[in-house]
Design a protein around this ligand. Structure first.
Ligand code: SF4
Length: 422
C-alpha cells in the first residue's frame, strides 16, 4: 500500500503518491570536497533525485556546509552512533539526516535530534538494519527475522511520535531479499510514513542489480516504496542510479531517456550484435526523450514484437533494415546500421518529432524484409491477416433463413448456437 504521508527533502517530495525518488550515496571521503562534488555531479547527471553522504567526523560536517550549498540535488547526511554529528549536520543545512535510533545513544539523544530537526523543518530518515537490531529483539530475530525487523521499525516510529516528530521516512533493510519483501509489506500496512527501499550490501554490479531488481521490483509493483537506493559494490555511484532507473522504467513508474529493446540473439544471428547493441545503448545516453529503440538480430519474424518501437534495426550478414513503428524506412549495409539509425532519429527530432519516410527507400526495404523473413513464421502481421481473411470468408457465406426458435430451445449468448432446454 502506498504511503499516506509525504515529506519534502530539499524540494524533492517523497511519499504520498509522489514519483518514486532515486537516491544513491557517494563513495568518496566526504571531506574530500573535490572528489565528493565530482561524484555528486555525476550522479545528478545520471538522474539521482537526492544524494546521501557519510558524515563520520567533524571535518565531514565542515565539508557538508559547502556540499549542501553547491550540490545540484538535495543532500542527506548519513550519521551513525554520534548524535552531536547529527545536530551539527542539521545546522550545516543538510536537507535530511539519516540515523538509526537504535545506535545513536538512547531516546534522550534521539529527542535532541528530533527537536532540532523540528525547529529547522528538516526531515529525518530513521532506519533499521537486520544486522543491528535492539538487544531485546534478538531472540525474536532468531525465531522470526521479519517480525523482528518490523517490530524494531514500529518501535522507532512510536518513539518519534511520542517526541511529536512525524517528518520522517523509514527504512528497513536486510541482506535477504525475501525478508526485505515480507517485512516491507508488513510495515506498509502498519505505518503511514514514506518507505525508503533497499537491499543492504546487495553485492557486485551484476548480482546486486539482480537482487535489487527482484526485491525492490516486487515491492514497487505492489505500490510499496517511495524512494529507492541500489547498493552496489562499485566506486561509481552513478551505476547505482542507472540500475534504479532501469527498475523504475521497467515497471513504467517513471520515464527517463530512451528505452532499448534487444532480442536475446540465437543461432540465426549473422552479425556482431553485441557490439552494435552496446554502441546504441551508449549513444542513446545523449537523448532525454523516452523513445523506444529496438534491435533485432535477424528478420526471421519480420518486425514482429518490435513493431511498436519508435525506431529499430534488424540486421543480417551484409545488409540490414531500419524501421519505425512497424514500417520499414530503408535498407543499409550492416556496417552502417548504427550511424544510419541515429541519422533517422536525429531527423525525427529536427522535423518536430515526425518520422520522415522516403517512399522509394521504404519500398526497397520492404522488399528486402520480404526476402529475408521466414515465410512460415506466424508473425503478428500474418496472424492478423489470417484472421481478417477468415472473417471475410464468413461474411461471404450467404446467411440461411433462420428457423424459428422453438419453445423448448434457447440461443446461447456466448456461441450464438441454439440448444434444447432440459
Ligand atoms: S530476432 Fe532473430 S536472432 Fe534475434 S532471437 Fe529472434 S530469431 Fe534469433
Amino acid at each position: 500500500m502506498a504511503s499516506e504521508r509525504q515529506i519534502n527533502v530539499g524540494g524533492v517530495l517523497i511519499g504520498g503518491g509522489a514519483p518514486v525518488a532515486v537516491q544513491t550515496m557517494t563513495k568518496t571521503e566526504t571531506a574530500d570536497l573535490q572528489a565528493t562534488m565530482d561524484q555528486i555531479r555525476r550522479v545528478a547527471d545520471a538522474g539521482a533525485d537526492v544524494v546521501r553522504v557519510a558524515v563520520p567526523r567533524d571535518q565531514d560536517v565542515e565539508a557538508l556546509k559547502t556540499i549542501v550549498r553547491d550540490s545540484p540535488i538535495p543532500v542527506i547526511a548519513d550519521i551513525h552512533f554520534n548524535y552531536t554529528l547529527a545536530l551539527k549536520a542539521l545546522d550545516a543545512g543538510a536537507h535530511c539526516v539519516r540515523l538509526n535510533p537504535g545506535n545513536i545513544g538512547g531516546p534522550d539523544k534521539v529527542a535532541q535530534v528530533a527537536a532540532r530537526a523540528n525547529e529547522l523543518g528538516t526531515p529525518l530518515r530513521i532506519g533499521v538494519n537486520s544486522g543491528s537490531l535492539p538487544a531485546h529483539l534478538l531472540e525474536l530475530e532468531y525465531e522470526n527475522p521479519v517480525e523482528a525487523l518490523v517490530a524494531a521499525a514500529v518501535e522507532f516510529v512510536q518513539l518519534m511520535e511520542r517526541l511529536d516528530f512525524t517528518n520522517f521516512k523509514v527504512s528497513m533493510k536486510s541482506t535477504s531479499v525475501p525478508n526485505t519483501i515480507a517485512s516491507n509489506r508488513l510495515l506498509s500496512e502498519r505505518i503511514p510514513y514514506p518507505l525508503h527501499l533497499g537491499i543492504t550490501e546487495a553485492g557486485t554490479k551484476w548480482s546486486g542489480s539482480l537482487k535489487s531488481a527482484v526485491g525492490l521490483g516486487t515491492l514497487l509493483a505492489d505500490g510499496i516504496g517511495d524512494t529507492i537506493r541500489i547498493s552496489l559494490s562499485t566506486f561509481h555511484a552513478e551505476e547505482e542510479v542507472k540500475v534504479a532507473w532501469e527498475i523504475l522504467k521497467a515497471l513504467k513508474l517513471r520515464e527517463r531517456g530512451p528505452v532499448l529493446i534487444a532480442c536475446p540473439t540465437c543461432g540465426r544471428l549473422q552479425f556482431d550484435m553485441d557490439s552494435v547493441v552496446a554502441e546504441i545503448e551508449q549513444r542513446l545516453e545523449a537523448y532525454e526523450d523516452p523513445i523506444e529503440v529496438s534491435v533485432l538480430g535477424c528478420a526471421v519474424n519480420g518486425i514482429g514484437e518490435a513493431r511498436h518501437a519508435d525506431f529499430g534495426i534488424t540486421g543480417a550478414k551484409d545488409m540490414g533494415m531500419i524501421y519505425s513503428r512497424g514500417e520499414p524506412l530503408k535498407k543499409v549495409p550492416t556496417d552502417r546500421l548504427v550511424d544510419e539509425l541515429f541519422a533517422e532519429i536525429d531527423r525525427y527530432y529536427e522535423s518536430g518529432k515526425r518520422v520522415v519516410r522516403d517512399e522509394a527507400s521504404a519500398a526497397e526495404a520492404r522488399a528486402w524484409l520480404a526476402e529475408n523473413e521466414d515465410e512460415t513464421a506466424m508473425t503478428p502481421e500474418r496472424i492478423a491477416a489470417l484472421e481478417a481473411a477468415a472473417a471475410d470468408g464468413e461474411d461471404d457465406v450467404p446467411a440461411a433463413d433462420p428457423a424459428p426458435v422453438r419453445l423448448d430451445e434457447e440461443i446461447s449468448p456466448v456461441t450464438g448456437r441454439r440448444f434444447t432446454r432440459a
